[in-house]
Ligand binder design. Structure first.
Ligand SMILES: *Cc1c(COP(=O)(O)O)cnc(C)c1O
Length: 371
């Protein structure tokens, strides 16, 4: 067993598949790209053992994993994940978008769940090596990408409730098209007052598996109300908007040709999205005012009625930017921008995609060249 130091992450052993997919097989698999439906041929795998650190770093064939039934993750839920993308560049190369930001957030998630913090360089190296191995699986068109899914679980067997001493890190890729198959068509949202996603002091700022398990019943109830997505409110007053499903929200105000975008402030119960952070910067590049603030459901409804609020859109790695066209709640329904996609959401989406595919200057140094 080889011990990896944070300074020397390049000690991955590469074990390629014996029978790689032919280009015809790959083309068939990628003919109709959805989101998260197909996986590539390899995965990165690193173990962590208390006292030994990060060991056994490998790129291996994509395969099921074996777990002891007493493995701690299956009982007490030490499980975290991330999501970011590799994009085909205009010049044929491949780059990822802000992978260090995901690595840092993975550390934040790990810390909150009493799991070991993977060094940023090791996280990024695992992704780079996997992407180079899977070069051919990165789709060619704008809006398509190789979605990367890193995760870490507690593998130590034992029923005592305490942080495990052994963990498994995996990272695999999924060639992806549009997250919402209907494309940039606006979504309808249900404002949940019955369920909450997170409370201050909890795990809302992390990508831990339990957050998503706890959100499914609310997502299902949104579907039953005829909505695509659920909007989460603050846990105490059920009054202030936090986020939408697995995406952050932006509120667009236009006044006399001036554009201002506002996103709910990071109170500790929201997920600090990399896309959210990037859009704040892009908006300022456009000369717009971009702030973090507090938005109540009451404000939302009133400002749509007065016309001060012209658009609302959600953002996240998977779906990039998705307009919100209709809002439903127990207090009634209303449309935003006539239920249509607005110019601000369109412009932000196009700019983000252009940066991610290397079509415009990367003035913030966000792109990480892989190949
Ligand atoms: C991942 C996620 C987001 C978006 O984060 P990005 O870094 O922009 O992909 C927003 N909200 C929740 C709950 C999430 O899990």
């Amino acid at each position: 067993m080889q011990r990896l130091s944070a300074m020397n992450p390049s000690a991955f052993e590469i074990q390629p598949v014996e029978n790689p997919a032919t280009s015809q097989q790959r083309a068939a698999a990628m003919a109709d790209l959805g989101f998260g439906r197909i996986y590539t041929e390899h995965m990165a795998r690193v173990r962590y053992v208390d006292g030994q650190g990060w060991i056994d770093a490998k790129i291996v064939p994509y395969q099921p994993i074996q777990l002891d039934p007493a493995a701690s993750v299956l009982h007490y839920g030490q499980a975290i994940f991330e999501g970011f993308k590799a994009y085909r560049q205009d010049d044929g190369g491949i780059s990822t978008f802000r992978p260090e930001a995901n690595a840092l957030r993975f550390q934040t998630s790990a810390r909150r769940l009493a799991m070991p913090e993977m060094p940023v360089e090791l996280f990024v190296e695992a992704a780079d090596l996997l992407i180079r191995q899977e070069n051919e699986w990165v789709p060619p068109n704008v809006g398509e990408s190789l979605y990367l899914r890193p995760l870490m679980i507690a593998t130590e067997a034992g029923l005592g409730v305490r942080p495990a001493k052994e963990y498994l890190f995996l990272l695999f890729g999924s060639p992806s098209g549009a997250y919402f198959p209907r494309g940039i068509k606006p979504v309808s949202v249900w404002i949940s007052t019955e369920y909450i996603r997170a409370a201050p002091g909890g795990t809302g700022h992390t990508k831990c598996a339990g957050n998503y398990a706890a959100s499914l019943v609310a997502q299902r109830s949104a579907k039953e109300k005829g909505c695509d997505q659920v909007v989460w409110l603050d846990a105490f007053q059920r009054k202030y908007v936090e986020e939408m499903g697995g995406m952050n929200l932006f509120f667009v105000y236009t006044n006399g040709g001036k554009t201002k975008i506002v996103t709910p402030a990071l109170t500790g119960s929201l997920l600090p999205g990399v896309t959210r952070d990037s859009i704040l910067a892009i908006a300022r590049d456009f000369g717009w005012e971009a702030t973090e603030g507090t938005i109540s459901v009451e404000d939302w409804k009133r400002d749509v009625e007065t016309g001060a609020l012209s658009e609302v859109f959600a953002c996240g790695t998977a779906a990039v930017v998705t307009p919100v066209g209709e809002v439903k709640s127990k207090d009634g329904d209303f449309l935003i921008h006539g239920g249509e996609t607005g110019p601000v959401a369109t412009k932000v989406r196009e700019q983000l995609l252009a940066i991610q595919h290397g079509q415009v200057a990367d003035s913030h140094g966000w792109m990480h060249r892989v190949l």
